[in-house]
Design a protein around this ligand. Sequence first.
Ligand code: PHE
Ligand code: NA
Length: 499
Amino acid sequence: KMSGREEFAGRWAFILAAIGSAVGLGNIWRFPYIAYENGGGAFIIPYLVALLTAGIPLLFFDYAIGHRFRGSPPLSFRRLSRWTESIGWWQVLICLVIGVYYAAIIAWAIMYTWFSTTKAWGDDPATFLTQEHLQVAEDVAPNLDIVPGVFWPMLVVWVIIILVMGFGVRRGVAMASLISIPVLVLMFLVLVVVALTLPGATEGLNALFTPNWAALADPGVWIAAYGQIFFSLSVGFGIMITYASYLKKRTNLTGSGLVVGFSNSGFEILAGIGVFSALGFMAQASGVQIADVVESGIGLAFIAFPAIISEAPMGALIGVLFFGSLVLAGFTSLISILEVVVSAVKDKMGWGRWTTVLVVVGLSAVVSLAMFSTTSGLNLLDITDAFVNSFGIVGAALVSVLVVAAVLGLLDRMVAHLNSVSSFRLGALFKVMVGVIMPIVLAYTFLSDFIAKLNDGYGEFPAWFVNTFGWGMVLSLVVLAVLLSLIPWSKKSNLHQEH
Ligand code: PHE
Ligand code: NA
Protein backbone atom coordinates (compact mmCIF):
# COMPACT_ATOMS: atom_id res chain seq x y z
CA LYS A 1 0.00 0.00 0.00
CA MET A 2 1.29 3.40 -0.91
CA SER A 3 -0.47 5.45 1.75
CA GLY A 4 -2.50 4.90 4.87
CA ARG A 5 -5.60 6.54 3.41
CA GLU A 6 -8.82 5.23 4.93
CA GLU A 7 -10.97 3.08 2.65
CA PHE A 8 -14.56 1.91 2.38
CA ALA A 9 -14.91 -1.82 2.99
CA GLY A 10 -16.33 -2.29 -0.48
CA ARG A 11 -18.36 -0.92 -3.31
CA TRP A 12 -21.68 -1.27 -1.50
CA ALA A 13 -20.45 0.64 1.51
CA PHE A 14 -19.54 3.45 -0.84
CA ILE A 15 -22.88 3.32 -2.66
CA LEU A 16 -24.81 3.42 0.60
CA ALA A 17 -22.75 6.32 1.91
CA ALA A 18 -23.27 8.20 -1.35
CA ILE A 19 -27.02 7.55 -1.19
CA GLY A 20 -26.96 8.67 2.44
CA SER A 21 -25.44 11.94 1.33
CA ALA A 22 -27.74 12.44 -1.63
CA VAL A 23 -31.00 11.60 0.11
CA GLY A 24 -31.60 14.50 2.43
CA LEU A 25 -33.85 17.41 3.18
CA GLY A 26 -33.74 18.26 -0.53
CA ASN A 27 -35.62 15.11 -1.47
CA ILE A 28 -38.25 15.36 1.19
CA TRP A 29 -39.18 18.98 1.27
CA ARG A 30 -37.51 20.60 -1.74
CA PHE A 31 -38.37 18.33 -4.66
CA PRO A 32 -42.14 18.22 -4.11
CA TYR A 33 -42.76 21.95 -4.21
CA ILE A 34 -40.15 22.65 -6.89
CA ALA A 35 -41.87 20.10 -9.14
CA TYR A 36 -45.29 21.51 -8.31
CA GLU A 37 -44.27 25.11 -9.02
CA ASN A 38 -42.46 24.29 -12.23
CA GLY A 39 -44.94 22.54 -14.45
CA GLY A 40 -46.12 19.67 -12.24
CA GLY A 41 -46.15 16.47 -14.29
CA ALA A 42 -44.39 18.28 -17.14
CA PHE A 43 -41.45 18.98 -14.81
CA ILE A 44 -40.40 15.38 -15.23
CA ILE A 45 -38.97 16.27 -18.65
CA PRO A 46 -36.54 19.04 -17.65
CA TYR A 47 -35.82 17.05 -14.50
CA LEU A 48 -34.78 13.94 -16.43
CA VAL A 49 -32.86 16.01 -18.95
CA ALA A 50 -31.00 17.70 -16.09
CA LEU A 51 -30.34 14.36 -14.42
CA LEU A 52 -28.94 12.80 -17.59
CA THR A 53 -27.08 15.77 -19.07
CA ALA A 54 -25.68 17.27 -15.86
CA GLY A 55 -26.38 15.35 -12.68
CA ILE A 56 -24.99 11.97 -13.59
CA PRO A 57 -22.13 13.31 -15.75
CA LEU A 58 -21.08 15.60 -12.91
CA LEU A 59 -21.30 12.69 -10.50
CA PHE A 60 -18.95 10.70 -12.78
CA PHE A 61 -16.71 13.73 -13.05
CA ASP A 62 -16.43 14.07 -9.26
CA TYR A 63 -15.81 10.35 -8.89
CA ALA A 64 -13.07 10.50 -11.50
CA ILE A 65 -11.25 13.32 -9.71
CA GLY A 66 -11.56 11.80 -6.25
CA HIS A 67 -10.69 8.28 -7.30
CA ARG A 68 -7.89 9.18 -9.68
CA PHE A 69 -6.16 11.59 -7.31
CA ARG A 70 -7.18 9.87 -4.09
CA GLY A 71 -7.50 12.91 -1.92
CA SER A 72 -9.83 15.37 -0.30
CA PRO A 73 -10.82 18.13 -2.76
CA PRO A 74 -7.81 20.37 -1.99
CA LEU A 75 -5.38 17.48 -2.22
CA SER A 76 -7.00 16.10 -5.38
CA PHE A 77 -6.97 19.48 -7.06
CA ARG A 78 -3.39 20.08 -5.86
CA ARG A 79 -2.35 16.82 -7.46
CA LEU A 80 -4.15 17.87 -10.61
CA SER A 81 -2.27 21.16 -10.76
CA ARG A 82 -0.57 23.50 -8.33
CA TRP A 83 -2.90 26.28 -9.49
CA THR A 84 -6.19 24.58 -8.77
CA GLU A 85 -5.80 23.78 -5.07
CA SER A 86 -7.92 26.78 -4.06
CA ILE A 87 -10.90 25.34 -5.98
CA GLY A 88 -10.74 22.46 -3.54
CA TRP A 89 -10.67 24.80 -0.56
CA TRP A 90 -13.60 26.73 -1.95
CA GLN A 91 -15.59 23.49 -1.99
CA VAL A 92 -14.45 22.72 1.56
CA LEU A 93 -15.59 26.11 2.81
CA ILE A 94 -18.98 25.77 1.13
CA CYS A 95 -19.43 22.43 2.88
CA LEU A 96 -18.42 23.95 6.19
CA VAL A 97 -20.99 26.73 5.85
CA ILE A 98 -23.78 24.36 4.82
CA GLY A 99 -22.86 22.01 7.67
CA VAL A 100 -23.18 24.64 10.37
CA TYR A 101 -26.76 25.53 9.45
CA TYR A 102 -27.92 22.08 8.31
CA ALA A 103 -27.39 20.92 11.91
CA ALA A 104 -29.97 23.44 13.10
CA ILE A 105 -32.67 22.10 10.79
CA ILE A 106 -32.02 18.55 11.99
CA ALA A 107 -32.35 19.80 15.56
CA TRP A 108 -35.73 21.39 14.79
CA ALA A 109 -36.86 18.12 13.18
CA ILE A 110 -35.88 16.25 16.35
CA MET A 111 -38.05 18.59 18.41
CA TYR A 112 -40.92 18.34 15.95
CA THR A 113 -40.80 14.54 16.06
CA TRP A 114 -41.48 14.93 19.75
CA PHE A 115 -44.02 17.76 19.29
CA SER A 116 -45.98 15.53 16.89
CA THR A 117 -46.95 13.21 19.71
CA THR A 118 -48.78 15.99 21.56
CA LYS A 119 -49.46 18.36 18.64
CA ALA A 120 -47.68 21.00 20.67
CA TRP A 121 -48.35 23.71 18.07
CA GLY A 122 -52.05 23.93 18.85
CA ASP A 123 -54.05 25.46 16.02
CA ASP A 124 -51.49 28.00 14.80
CA PRO A 125 -48.31 26.21 13.66
CA ALA A 126 -46.92 29.33 11.96
CA THR A 127 -46.94 31.40 15.14
CA PHE A 128 -45.74 28.43 17.13
CA LEU A 129 -42.70 28.02 14.85
CA THR A 130 -41.52 31.62 14.90
CA GLN A 131 -42.66 32.75 18.35
CA GLU A 132 -42.49 29.71 20.57
CA HIS A 133 -40.08 27.27 18.99
CA LEU A 134 -37.53 29.62 17.39
CA GLN A 135 -38.40 32.80 19.33
CA VAL A 136 -37.33 34.91 16.37
CA ALA A 137 -36.15 38.39 17.40
CA GLU A 138 -37.61 41.52 15.78
CA ASP A 139 -34.18 42.83 14.91
CA VAL A 140 -32.27 40.92 12.22
CA ALA A 141 -28.87 41.81 13.73
CA PRO A 142 -27.11 38.73 15.16
CA ASN A 143 -27.28 38.35 18.93
CA LEU A 144 -26.29 35.71 21.44
CA ASP A 145 -29.70 35.16 23.05
CA ILE A 146 -29.77 31.38 23.17
CA VAL A 147 -33.07 29.55 22.63
CA PRO A 148 -32.86 26.44 24.85
CA GLY A 149 -35.33 24.41 22.76
CA VAL A 150 -32.97 24.77 19.81
CA PHE A 151 -29.65 24.79 21.63
CA TRP A 152 -29.98 21.43 23.41
CA PRO A 153 -31.08 19.34 20.43
CA MET A 154 -28.36 21.00 18.35
CA LEU A 155 -25.79 20.09 20.95
CA VAL A 156 -27.03 16.51 20.84
CA VAL A 157 -26.72 16.49 17.04
CA TRP A 158 -23.14 17.76 17.21
CA VAL A 159 -22.08 15.30 19.89
CA ILE A 160 -23.46 12.37 17.88
CA ILE A 161 -21.79 13.65 14.72
CA ILE A 162 -18.43 13.94 16.49
CA LEU A 163 -18.70 10.42 17.84
CA VAL A 164 -19.74 8.88 14.52
CA MET A 165 -17.12 10.71 12.50
CA GLY A 166 -14.41 9.98 15.03
CA PHE A 167 -14.82 6.27 14.31
CA GLY A 168 -13.63 6.84 10.78
CA VAL A 169 -14.73 6.04 7.27
CA ARG A 170 -15.61 2.37 7.76
CA ARG A 171 -16.90 2.15 11.30
CA GLY A 172 -18.40 5.65 11.44
CA VAL A 173 -19.33 7.28 8.13
CA ALA A 174 -20.24 4.11 6.22
CA MET A 175 -21.85 2.46 9.24
CA ALA A 176 -24.17 5.44 9.76
CA SER A 177 -25.63 5.01 6.28
CA LEU A 178 -25.70 1.24 6.52
CA ILE A 179 -27.98 1.57 9.54
CA SER A 180 -30.05 4.61 8.66
CA ILE A 181 -30.81 4.11 4.97
CA PRO A 182 -32.84 0.91 5.41
CA VAL A 183 -34.67 2.40 8.41
CA LEU A 184 -35.35 5.58 6.47
CA VAL A 185 -36.71 3.75 3.43
CA LEU A 186 -38.97 1.63 5.61
CA MET A 187 -40.30 4.58 7.60
CA PHE A 188 -40.90 6.60 4.50
CA LEU A 189 -42.72 3.77 2.72
CA VAL A 190 -45.07 3.43 5.68
CA LEU A 191 -45.60 7.19 5.64
CA VAL A 192 -46.47 7.16 1.94
CA VAL A 193 -48.93 4.31 2.39
CA VAL A 194 -50.64 6.07 5.29
CA ALA A 195 -50.74 9.34 3.36
CA LEU A 196 -52.25 7.65 0.31
CA THR A 197 -55.18 6.45 2.39
CA LEU A 198 -56.08 9.97 3.55
CA PRO A 199 -59.24 11.46 2.05
CA GLY A 200 -58.23 13.98 -0.63
CA ALA A 201 -54.95 12.24 -1.44
CA THR A 202 -55.95 11.76 -5.08
CA GLU A 203 -56.58 15.46 -5.59
CA GLY A 204 -53.16 16.15 -4.12
CA LEU A 205 -51.52 13.75 -6.55
CA ASN A 206 -53.45 15.29 -9.42
CA ALA A 207 -52.18 18.71 -8.43
CA LEU A 208 -48.60 17.47 -8.43
CA PHE A 209 -48.69 15.33 -11.54
CA THR A 210 -51.07 17.15 -13.91
CA PRO A 211 -48.71 18.42 -16.58
CA ASN A 212 -48.61 22.07 -17.48
CA TRP A 213 -46.83 21.76 -20.82
CA ALA A 214 -46.58 25.51 -21.29
CA ALA A 215 -44.06 25.58 -18.45
CA LEU A 216 -41.52 23.89 -20.70
CA ALA A 217 -41.14 27.13 -22.66
CA ASP A 218 -40.04 28.97 -19.51
CA PRO A 219 -36.24 29.01 -19.00
CA GLY A 220 -36.84 29.45 -15.26
CA VAL A 221 -38.32 25.96 -15.15
CA TRP A 222 -35.19 24.48 -16.72
CA ILE A 223 -32.97 26.34 -14.27
CA ALA A 224 -35.06 25.04 -11.41
CA ALA A 225 -34.60 21.50 -12.71
CA TYR A 226 -30.82 21.85 -12.97
CA GLY A 227 -30.67 23.53 -9.56
CA GLN A 228 -32.66 20.73 -7.97
CA ILE A 229 -30.43 18.08 -9.52
CA PHE A 230 -27.16 19.71 -8.38
CA PHE A 231 -28.34 20.19 -4.83
CA SER A 232 -30.06 16.87 -4.61
CA LEU A 233 -27.24 14.71 -5.93
CA SER A 234 -24.64 16.54 -3.77
CA VAL A 235 -22.47 17.00 -6.86
CA GLY A 236 -19.94 19.67 -7.70
CA PHE A 237 -18.90 20.78 -4.25
CA GLY A 238 -16.53 18.17 -2.99
CA ILE A 239 -18.64 15.50 -1.33
CA MET A 240 -18.42 12.95 -4.08
CA ILE A 241 -14.72 13.69 -4.63
CA THR A 242 -14.12 12.93 -0.97
CA TYR A 243 -16.13 9.71 -0.91
CA ALA A 244 -14.57 8.46 -4.16
CA SER A 245 -11.12 9.05 -2.68
CA TYR A 246 -11.88 6.31 -0.14
CA LEU A 247 -12.47 3.70 -2.84
CA LYS A 248 -10.15 0.85 -3.62
CA LYS A 249 -8.12 0.94 -6.78
CA ARG A 250 -10.42 -1.17 -8.91
CA THR A 251 -13.99 -0.07 -8.38
CA ASN A 252 -16.83 0.13 -10.85
CA LEU A 253 -17.33 3.89 -10.70
CA THR A 254 -19.93 4.56 -13.37
CA GLY A 255 -22.07 1.57 -12.40
CA SER A 256 -22.13 2.85 -8.81
CA GLY A 257 -22.99 6.35 -10.00
CA LEU A 258 -26.03 5.11 -11.86
CA VAL A 259 -27.29 3.31 -8.76
CA VAL A 260 -26.82 6.43 -6.64
CA GLY A 261 -28.41 8.77 -9.19
CA PHE A 262 -31.51 6.69 -9.74
CA SER A 263 -31.97 5.85 -6.06
CA ASN A 264 -31.93 9.52 -5.22
CA SER A 265 -34.48 10.38 -7.89
CA GLY A 266 -36.63 7.44 -6.86
CA PHE A 267 -36.71 8.78 -3.35
CA GLU A 268 -37.70 12.20 -4.65
CA ILE A 269 -40.68 10.87 -6.58
CA LEU A 270 -41.71 8.87 -3.52
CA ALA A 271 -41.48 11.99 -1.37
CA GLY A 272 -43.53 13.90 -3.91
CA ILE A 273 -46.26 11.29 -3.66
CA GLY A 274 -46.24 11.27 0.14
CA VAL A 275 -46.13 15.03 0.56
CA PHE A 276 -48.82 15.81 -2.00
CA SER A 277 -51.18 13.13 -0.74
CA ALA A 278 -50.95 14.82 2.64
CA LEU A 279 -51.40 18.28 1.14
CA GLY A 280 -54.43 17.03 -0.80
CA PHE A 281 -55.92 15.87 2.46
CA MET A 282 -55.27 19.24 4.08
CA ALA A 283 -56.85 21.15 1.22
CA GLN A 284 -59.95 19.00 1.37
CA ALA A 285 -60.20 19.12 5.16
CA SER A 286 -60.04 22.90 5.19
CA GLY A 287 -62.12 23.36 2.04
CA VAL A 288 -59.48 25.27 0.09
CA GLN A 289 -57.42 24.80 -3.07
CA ILE A 290 -54.18 22.83 -2.99
CA ALA A 291 -52.36 26.01 -3.99
CA ASP A 292 -53.43 27.55 -0.68
CA VAL A 293 -51.82 24.85 1.43
CA VAL A 294 -48.55 24.39 -0.47
CA GLU A 295 -45.64 26.13 1.20
CA SER A 296 -42.05 26.16 0.14
CA GLY A 297 -38.96 25.20 2.12
CA ILE A 298 -39.01 25.45 5.87
CA GLY A 299 -42.69 26.38 5.80
CA LEU A 300 -43.66 23.13 4.11
CA ALA A 301 -42.10 20.96 6.79
CA PHE A 302 -42.59 23.11 9.86
CA ILE A 303 -45.91 24.86 9.17
CA ALA A 304 -47.93 22.90 6.59
CA PHE A 305 -47.09 19.48 7.99
CA PRO A 306 -47.96 20.32 11.60
CA ALA A 307 -51.36 21.52 10.37
CA ILE A 308 -51.86 18.21 8.57
CA ILE A 309 -50.73 16.24 11.62
CA SER A 310 -53.28 18.04 13.79
CA GLU A 311 -56.15 17.24 11.42
CA ALA A 312 -55.37 13.82 10.01
CA PRO A 313 -56.46 10.45 11.32
CA MET A 314 -53.29 8.85 12.69
CA GLY A 315 -51.77 12.33 12.75
CA ALA A 316 -49.23 11.57 15.47
CA LEU A 317 -47.98 8.57 13.50
CA ILE A 318 -47.67 10.67 10.35
CA GLY A 319 -45.75 13.29 12.32
CA VAL A 320 -43.30 10.89 13.88
CA LEU A 321 -42.66 9.20 10.53
CA PHE A 322 -42.29 12.48 8.65
CA PHE A 323 -40.02 14.30 11.10
CA GLY A 324 -38.18 11.10 11.97
CA SER A 325 -37.41 10.70 8.25
CA LEU A 326 -36.11 14.26 8.08
CA VAL A 327 -33.82 13.57 11.03
CA LEU A 328 -32.40 10.37 9.55
CA ALA A 329 -32.04 11.73 6.03
CA GLY A 330 -30.44 14.88 7.40
CA PHE A 331 -27.91 13.08 9.60
CA THR A 332 -26.20 11.12 6.84
CA SER A 333 -26.13 14.21 4.62
CA LEU A 334 -24.58 16.27 7.41
CA ILE A 335 -21.93 13.62 7.98
CA SER A 336 -21.04 13.71 4.28
CA ILE A 337 -20.68 17.50 4.20
CA LEU A 338 -18.48 17.57 7.27
CA GLU A 339 -16.38 14.64 6.03
CA VAL A 340 -15.21 16.93 3.22
CA VAL A 341 -13.84 19.38 5.78
CA VAL A 342 -12.39 16.70 8.01
CA SER A 343 -10.60 14.92 5.17
CA ALA A 344 -9.20 18.18 3.80
CA VAL A 345 -7.74 19.27 7.13
CA LYS A 346 -6.49 15.76 7.82
CA ASP A 347 -4.67 15.67 4.47
CA LYS A 348 -3.26 19.17 4.83
CA MET A 349 -2.04 18.92 8.42
CA GLY A 350 -1.27 15.22 8.62
CA TRP A 351 -3.27 14.86 11.85
CA GLY A 352 -4.98 11.68 13.01
CA ARG A 353 -8.71 11.04 12.64
CA TRP A 354 -9.79 11.84 16.21
CA THR A 355 -7.66 14.98 16.49
CA THR A 356 -9.02 16.30 13.23
CA VAL A 357 -12.62 15.50 14.09
CA LEU A 358 -12.36 17.06 17.54
CA VAL A 359 -10.78 20.24 16.21
CA VAL A 360 -12.76 20.66 12.97
CA VAL A 361 -16.18 19.39 14.00
CA GLY A 362 -15.76 20.79 17.52
CA LEU A 363 -15.12 24.30 16.16
CA SER A 364 -17.97 23.93 13.66
CA ALA A 365 -20.24 23.02 16.55
CA VAL A 366 -19.31 26.16 18.46
CA VAL A 367 -19.89 28.41 15.45
CA SER A 368 -23.09 26.58 14.60
CA LEU A 369 -24.51 26.96 18.11
CA ALA A 370 -23.48 30.61 18.38
CA MET A 371 -25.08 31.52 15.06
CA PHE A 372 -28.12 29.29 14.76
CA SER A 373 -29.35 28.45 18.25
CA THR A 374 -30.12 32.09 19.05
CA THR A 375 -33.17 34.28 18.47
CA SER A 376 -31.39 35.66 15.39
CA GLY A 377 -30.76 32.18 13.99
CA LEU A 378 -33.62 31.91 11.51
CA ASN A 379 -32.75 35.06 9.57
CA LEU A 380 -29.08 34.14 9.46
CA LEU A 381 -29.98 30.70 8.23
CA ASP A 382 -32.22 32.12 5.54
CA ILE A 383 -29.59 34.46 4.08
CA THR A 384 -26.72 31.99 4.39
CA ASP A 385 -28.69 29.28 2.64
CA ALA A 386 -29.70 31.56 -0.21
CA PHE A 387 -26.20 32.83 -0.94
CA VAL A 388 -24.38 29.59 -0.42
CA ASN A 389 -26.72 27.77 -2.78
CA SER A 390 -26.65 30.37 -5.55
CA PHE A 391 -22.97 31.13 -5.53
CA GLY A 392 -21.35 28.39 -3.54
CA ILE A 393 -22.74 25.23 -5.02
CA VAL A 394 -23.41 26.46 -8.53
CA GLY A 395 -20.22 28.53 -8.52
CA ALA A 396 -18.09 25.63 -7.31
CA ALA A 397 -19.48 23.32 -9.97
CA LEU A 398 -19.00 25.95 -12.67
CA VAL A 399 -15.40 26.69 -11.76
CA SER A 400 -14.38 23.06 -11.44
CA VAL A 401 -15.98 22.08 -14.75
CA LEU A 402 -14.53 25.08 -16.57
CA VAL A 403 -11.04 24.68 -15.22
CA VAL A 404 -10.77 20.95 -15.50
CA ALA A 405 -12.64 20.41 -18.72
CA ALA A 406 -12.03 23.54 -20.70
CA VAL A 407 -8.85 25.12 -19.40
CA LEU A 408 -6.76 22.13 -18.49
CA GLY A 409 -8.13 19.90 -21.22
CA LEU A 410 -8.21 16.98 -18.84
CA LEU A 411 -11.47 15.50 -19.95
CA ASP A 412 -9.83 12.77 -22.01
CA ARG A 413 -7.76 11.64 -19.06
CA MET A 414 -10.83 11.57 -16.81
CA VAL A 415 -12.83 9.52 -19.31
CA ALA A 416 -9.93 7.12 -19.77
CA HIS A 417 -9.69 6.71 -16.02
CA LEU A 418 -13.41 6.05 -15.56
CA ASN A 419 -13.43 3.55 -18.42
CA SER A 420 -10.38 1.75 -17.10
CA VAL A 421 -12.20 0.73 -13.92
CA SER A 422 -15.92 0.74 -14.76
CA SER A 423 -18.60 -1.38 -16.39
CA PHE A 424 -20.64 1.38 -18.04
CA ARG A 425 -18.32 3.02 -20.58
CA LEU A 426 -18.29 6.67 -21.48
CA GLY A 427 -17.54 8.31 -24.77
CA ALA A 428 -17.97 11.47 -26.79
CA LEU A 429 -21.45 12.17 -25.43
CA PHE A 430 -20.09 12.47 -21.91
CA LYS A 431 -17.43 14.92 -23.06
CA VAL A 432 -20.02 17.07 -24.80
CA MET A 433 -22.13 17.16 -21.64
CA VAL A 434 -19.32 18.04 -19.28
CA GLY A 435 -17.37 20.24 -21.67
CA VAL A 436 -20.21 22.09 -23.38
CA ILE A 437 -23.68 21.70 -21.89
CA MET A 438 -22.69 21.92 -18.24
CA PRO A 439 -20.59 25.10 -18.49
CA ILE A 440 -23.42 26.80 -20.39
CA VAL A 441 -26.17 25.77 -17.98
CA LEU A 442 -24.09 26.53 -14.91
CA ALA A 443 -22.91 29.90 -16.20
CA TYR A 444 -26.46 30.89 -17.14
CA THR A 445 -27.81 29.83 -13.74
CA PHE A 446 -25.01 31.55 -11.90
CA LEU A 447 -25.30 34.82 -13.80
CA SER A 448 -29.08 35.09 -13.69
CA ASP A 449 -29.04 34.57 -9.95
CA PHE A 450 -26.16 36.98 -9.54
CA ILE A 451 -27.96 39.72 -11.43
CA ALA A 452 -31.23 39.12 -9.61
CA LYS A 453 -29.58 39.40 -6.19
CA LEU A 454 -27.54 42.40 -7.25
CA ASN A 455 -30.66 44.22 -8.41
CA ASP A 456 -33.24 43.10 -5.87
CA GLY A 457 -31.25 42.14 -2.79
CA TYR A 458 -32.72 39.19 -0.97
CA GLY A 459 -36.14 38.89 0.65
CA GLU A 460 -37.16 41.71 2.92
CA PHE A 461 -33.74 42.04 4.48
CA PRO A 462 -32.05 45.46 4.86
CA ALA A 463 -29.09 46.11 2.54
CA TRP A 464 -26.46 46.07 5.29
CA PHE A 465 -27.58 42.60 6.34
CA VAL A 466 -27.46 41.24 2.78
CA ASN A 467 -24.10 42.90 2.18
CA THR A 468 -22.56 41.44 5.31
CA PHE A 469 -23.99 37.95 5.55
CA GLY A 470 -24.71 37.38 1.86
CA TRP A 471 -22.12 39.03 -0.38
CA GLY A 472 -19.59 39.57 2.42
CA MET A 473 -19.71 35.93 3.43
CA VAL A 474 -19.24 34.70 -0.15
CA LEU A 475 -16.35 37.08 -0.79
CA SER A 476 -14.56 36.15 2.40
CA LEU A 477 -14.81 32.50 1.44
CA VAL A 478 -13.09 33.25 -1.86
CA VAL A 479 -10.25 35.06 -0.08
CA LEU A 480 -9.97 32.36 2.55
CA ALA A 481 -9.84 29.63 -0.10
CA VAL A 482 -6.86 31.30 -1.71
CA LEU A 483 -5.11 31.83 1.63
CA LEU A 484 -5.61 28.22 2.65
CA SER A 485 -4.03 27.05 -0.57
CA LEU A 486 -0.86 28.92 0.41
CA ILE A 487 -0.35 26.96 3.64
CA PRO A 488 2.26 24.22 3.12
CA TRP A 489 1.17 20.57 3.07
CA SER A 490 2.09 18.08 5.74
CA LYS A 491 5.08 15.96 4.75
CA LYS A 492 2.80 12.94 5.00
CA SER A 493 0.76 14.01 1.99
CA ASN A 494 2.57 12.87 -1.10
CA LEU A 495 1.55 15.46 -3.66
CA HIS A 496 2.24 13.28 -6.66
CA GLN A 497 0.35 10.13 -5.92
CA GLU A 498 -2.43 8.89 -8.22
CA HIS A 499 -4.45 5.78 -8.82
N1 PHE B 1 -28.26 16.21 -1.32
C1 PHE B 1 -28.88 16.60 -0.10
C2 PHE B 1 -30.37 16.70 -0.24
O1 PHE B 1 -30.94 16.40 -1.24
C3 PHE B 1 -28.48 17.92 0.37
C4 PHE B 1 -27.10 18.09 0.70
C5 PHE B 1 -26.62 19.32 0.57
C6 PHE B 1 -26.32 17.08 1.13
C7 PHE B 1 -25.36 19.55 0.86
C8 PHE B 1 -25.05 17.30 1.43
C9 PHE B 1 -24.57 18.52 1.26
O2 PHE B 1 -31.00 17.11 0.68
NA1 NA C 1 -31.07 14.51 -2.69
